[in-house]
Write a protein that binds this ligand. Structure first.
Ligand SMILES: C[S@@+](CC[C@H](N)C(=O)[O-])C[C@H]1O[C@@H](n2cnc3c(N)ncnc32)[C@H](O)[C@@H]1O
Length: 219
């Protein structure tokens, strides 16, 4: 059984992976969360010629296969974690060199892109760590071009609160909470996808995780 300090340490690493421990955790997250990331990508129905932004990409080993399956799409990745930023650039070096992907680091506040830069924006398992998600959602909608899509993919509060580390620094939500983040004058609801899958918990047990992708369209 993990101590409170161990749980706090794990929660802090999930919010902002760093060092050797962060790199190990990133590998584990990519394997455990690939189904959620795939759901977000599919929910956006990314089209040729589009420019996609992901926030909180972790190690980003999903990016090269996604780009291989979607010709003429450009991917931009944005992180607050220097370790994840550097790892993502190593993992996706070929896509960067071929001009199909770029990665940037920021302070979690000021987005380093001009308004209306993207056709699609998504974030998977990242919304838990945003202090003011309604303001964050509004700022993100400014980065979308007209008719662009924004997707948040997250595991439900009822599932997440069973995991002991989420007591430390996680903000947990049900679908109806996340729906309220969007300003209806700017974003209109496009779709909601719910799914369940069996995943390995951090202590090695199989658990059923319920997760949701909410997609809005920029008016
Ligand atoms: C739990 S991990 C999820 C990683 C990956 N998306 C996944 O589902 O496996 C959360 C990630 O979001 C990043 N993150 C946290 N706050 C962020 C923010 N404000 N903007 C961008 N990334 C952020 C963290 O550095 C971390 O890599």
């Amino acid at each position: 059984m993990a101590t409170i300090d161990e749980l706090k340490r794990l929660a802090a690493q999930l919010a902002h992976p760093s060092g050797e421990e962060g790199l190990r955790l990133a590998q584990m997250m990519e394997e455990t969360n690939y189904g959620m990331t795939k759901q977000a990508w599919h929910a956006l129905s990314v089209q040729p010629g589009q420019h996609v932004l992901e926030l909180g990409h972790g190690n980003a080993s999903h990016v090269t296969p996604f780009l291989a399956a979607n010709s003429n799409v450009h991917y931009s990745g944005l992180e607050i974690s220097t370790s994840m930023h550097q790892l993502a650039m190593q993992v996706n070096q070929a896509s960067i060199v071929s001009g199909r992907a770029d990665f940037r680091l920021y302070d979690g506040q000021e987005f380093p892109y001009p308004l209306a830069s993207f056709s699609c924006i998504f974030a998977v398992n990242t919304i838990y760590f945003i202090d003011d998600p309604a303001t964050f959602t509004t700022k993100l909608s400014g980065l979308l071009a007209k008719n662009g899509k924004l997707a948040f993919t997250f595991a439900t509060k009822s599932f997440m609160e069973m995991l002991p580390f989420t007591a430390y620094g996680f903000n947990l939500y049900e679908q109806e909470d996340v729906l309220r983040f969007a300003d209806p004058d700017v974003l209109t609801l496009h779709s909601i996808i719910r799914d369940k899958e069996m995943v390995l918990s951090k202590n090695g047990d199989e658990v059923e995780r319920e997760f949701v992708t909410i997609v809005w369209s920029k008016i």
